[in-house]
Design a protein around this ligand. Structure first.
Ligand code: C2E
Ligand code: MG
Ligand code: MG
Length: 562
């Protein structure tokens, strides 16, 4: 057994050697007289135990002890402190600093010292095991098991600490948040195993773009975060994040598949955007959302206007819940007119929302309602309300007006949609042929199999289908053939540009084609008499627009048309 004796007193060192000389265990002694000498001995030789004098002239034994216990390398070894002082406080201090035992020099005997050595070694081993388990548990608690990166918990701690630090040295920090674009598609189509491989490879590629001292974390799913410090200018953050986007450009080779992956990045800068860690995270999240919205695979910095938009959106989303129960929706009706005689043939129902003393138009809430699926209930309310209104009006006149109702793509995934329509028709005794449902081309493209089925069921009820906003998007002839369409509404953007020669030719060609397919045509956005004339020339039978009437509340419609 190799023993290192550290004691400035030669007599004491001799005493130890003599005492242990009587033991049956063979000991090799190395003697040093100071902390520094001991450290050099420890750097070249391995020892099983250190017998360390507490009091020495230059540096106390406890200093050596502290240095050993704080060092990360293998200098660590069991230590027994020796002292002439009987103070209990001193012994406790040594044990707290990491000594395995404390002996009074006056008490040292062969058996006592030998026992102390064995016990100290055992204790040291146990402590070491405990320390390793602690480190492993800590790593598990702080790191993401898949990628080995920090997890959300340790990331949030690190963010708090970094912010405190930056507040002290008056410098900046960029919180960078990103998630992978269309990652759900990979998981759904290639399986989670491949998804996991992508996450691992992405985290490796991105680690290579970093210096290594940044906090890089996986917050969950495909969402990652990096805390960029050492920012001389904010441009540094742009440089690093551009490098990150570039690093993802090459396809990922996984199990023979070549997969392309991009990311959307949002950055919020401390202290420019906020002083608070939670808010900084929210801001980076808003910026990331903006990146996605702008077309993905890009970097966006948080700006305060974004927050306003975000809050507005959030307000709308939360207030949409319960808006039906609070009776806040209303329908306005825009007359649809026969171009030859200018008589009204029907109305399009257009939703409005009485929200906080404002009348909101569909453009500001329909897409939000679609995202949260609130549109399903709202859409059912619109159907029931519009059909009810038609029944009231048609009792008052001999002309049988039609009603056009807009349907969102999300509503087509509602299994109860067709039943809901059928119920309203029978409840109000309405001829189904008077109801026309309007859909856009994008709606037809989403879930086209399911859509064809639902549209067929709606047609089976006897209702009609119109393709809305034609000429603003794909304007595909195949949609006209593949879906059971009765009417095509030419988009107002095209009609309103009909003073231009190009648009006139386009509308002329379009209406000829629609006529040849025996489809009914409605021109939207008629704002003056010249356009009416143009529509008459093209034999477009129906028209709708501010020239005839704006969408109006029920009372106004009744005043003007009944
Ligand atoms: P849309 O179905 O194409 O409805 C026509 C839109 O054009 C209406 O806007 C109408 O006010 C506007 N408009 C009509 N004539 C003119 C005109 O001469 N000039 C101009 N500049 N505009 C005209 P609104 O009411 O804001 O509705 C916007 C869109 O919101 C609708 O477009 C429709 O896609 C959607 N929407 C409206 N109500 C509902 C609904 O109940 N459910 C669903 N899912 N969507 C709806
Ligand atoms: Mg419409
Ligand atoms: Mg339209």
């Amino acid at each position: 057994m190799n023993i290192l004796i550290v004691d400035d007193d030669g007599i004491d060192r001799e005493n130890i050697k003599r005492t242990l000389g009587h033991s049956t265990t063979p000991f090799n002694f190395t003697e040093t007289e100071s902390v520094d000498e001991a450290l050099s001995a420890l750097s070249v030789n391995n020892f099983d135990i250190i017998l360390l004098d507490y009091r020495m002239p230059k540096r106390d034994g406890i200093e050596l002890l502290l240095e050993l216990r704080n060092s990360e390398n293998d200098l660590n070894v069991a230590v027994i402190m020796l002292s002439n002082s009987e103070e209990t406080e001193l012994a406790l201090e040594c044990v707290r600093a990491g000594a395995q035992d404390f002996l009074l020099k006056s008490e040292v005997s062969t058996s006592r010292l030998q026992r102390a050595i064995v016990q100290a070694q055992t204790r040291f081993e146990l402590e070491k095991q405990l320390h390793i388990s602690y480190q492993q548990a800590k790593k598990l608690a702080e790191h993401d098991t898949l990628t080995g990166l920090y997890n959300r918990y340790s990331f949030e701690e690190a963010l708090q600490l970094n912010i405190l630090q930056k507040a002290r040295d008056n410098s900046k920090l960029a919180l960078t948040l990103f998630d992978l674009d269309n990652f759900k598609f990979i998981n759904d189509n290639y399986g989670h195993h491949i998804g996991d491989q992508i996450l691992i490879q992405v985290s490796q590629r991105i680690s290579d773009c970093l210096r290594g001292n940044e906090v890089f974390a996986r917050l969950g799913g495909d969402e990652f975060a990096i805390i960029l410090t050492n920012l001389h200018t904010v441009d540094n953050a742009t440089r690093v994040t551009t490098r990150i986007l570039n690093s993802l450009e090459a396809p990922f080779n996984i199990s023979g598949a070549k997969i392309h992956m991009t990311a959307s990045i949002g950055i919020a800068v401390y202290p420019d955007s906020t002083l608070n860690a939670n808010e900084l995270l929210k801001h980076a999240d808003i910026a990331m959302y903006r990146s996605k919205k702008l077309g993905r695979n890009q970097i966006c910095y948080f700006e305060s206007e974004m927050q306003e938009q975000f809050l507005q959106r959030y307000q709308i989303e939360t207030n949409l819940i319960g808006a039906i129960a609070r009776n806040e929706f209303t329908l306005h009706y825009q007359p649809i007119v026969n171009t030859s005689g200018s008589n009204v043939v029907g109305f399009e129902a257009l939703i409005r929302w009485n929200f906080q003393d404002q009348l909101l138009y569909p453009d500001s809430f329909i897409s939000i309602a679609e995202n949260s699926r609130a549109i399903v209930d709202i859409g059912r309310w619109v159907i029931e309300q519009a059909i009810y209104q038609l029944s009231v009006w048609n009792l008052r006149t001999t002309t049988k007006y039609t009603i056009a109702i807009n349907l969102s793509s999300v509503q087509l995934t509602d299994k109860c949609l067709v039943q809901c329509i059928a119920d309203a028709l029978s409840k109000y005794h309405i001829n189904p042929a008077l109801i026309e449902f309007e859909l856009t081309e994008t709606t037809l493209l989403e879930n086209s199999k399911q859509t064809i089925k639902t549209l067929a069921s709606i047609k089976d009820l006897g209702c009609r289908i119109a393709l809305d906003d034609f000429g603003s998007g794909f304007s595909s002839v195949s949609h006209l053939q593949n879906f059971p369409i009765d009417t095509v509404k030419i988009d107002k953007s095209l009609i309103m540009a009909s003073d231009e020669e190009k648009s006139r030719s386009l509308i002329t060609g379009l209406s000829a084609m629609l006529h040849s397919l025996s489809l009914n045509i409605v021109a939207e956005g008629i704002e003056n008499a010249e356009v009416v004339q143009f529509c008459q020339q093209l034999n477009i039978q129906r028209a709708q627009g501010y020239y005839y009437a704006k969408p109006l509340p029920v009372d106004d419609i009744e005043k003007n048309y009944f």
